[in-house]
Design a protein around this ligand. Sequence first.
Ligand code: GLN
Length: 280
Amino acid sequence: MATVEQLLAESTALAGDEAQREAQVLLCAALKKPRSYLVAWPDAEVEASAAEHYRHLLAQRASGIPVAYLLGEREFWSLTLRVNDATLIPRPDTELLVEQALKLDLSPGASVLDLGTGSGAIALALASERPRWQITGVEHSPEALEIARTNGKRLGLKDVAFHRSDWFTAVRGQRFDLIVSNPPYIAESDGHLSSGDLRFEPRSALVSGADGLDDIRHIIAEAPTWLEPRGRLLLEHGFEQGSTVRALLSTRGFTAVASAEDLAGHERVSSGVWQGEGLC
Ligand code: GLN
């Protein structure tokens, strides 16, 4: 029987700087044990069935399948979210959007809409921090919607409403104090689409027209119809799209337009306030 240490040495099957860490994560999954077990028991012998499961995961990872899809989950904010290949894999970049939303001085029962919620990451992170906000997540893909609902139930965040929607269609007649979104924003021709995890993620959650801005343009154009007076729109976007997104927001009539930087120092989230018709 192979030991923990010997199995971890098989991480050479994986490419990249993260190989060792990924092998640890996959071995933990196969053993159903925490990471500390690997450190404490390098010489422990691993059951044949668990070793086989691990090697299967390692081979799938070596073929490029993202770790999050192999495990069926990903940590986001303080939550463990179910994910599958119908959903984008929640990223640390998007935690910036959550942080920015939490900084806003909204009323205790504020209404919030998450457009294109995917696994429900943003909506559920906000709900976990602001239980009294009235949060709705909408999603076009029925498979992703199913995952978002499952996540809401598993995390005990049952008050978040999830609806199938083509952007705003399912919330007709409603107005929100805050609209947030991590929409698709990658250009069709972007070479990154054929590398790394992006190859396995749903194209509909990644790609948005020739310059990546089709959906962002649509959301900015439409959002005022769905915002309360002084309501705010908060959007994640590509690291080089900040100035364009700010210009789109200003041209549409948003005020207090600003961007926030991610950990890498890139403008990643932009926002604006809608004063309301006739109020500016
Ligand atoms: N942040 C992702 C990336 O650039 C893309 C996510 C998106 O299009 N919303 O890898």
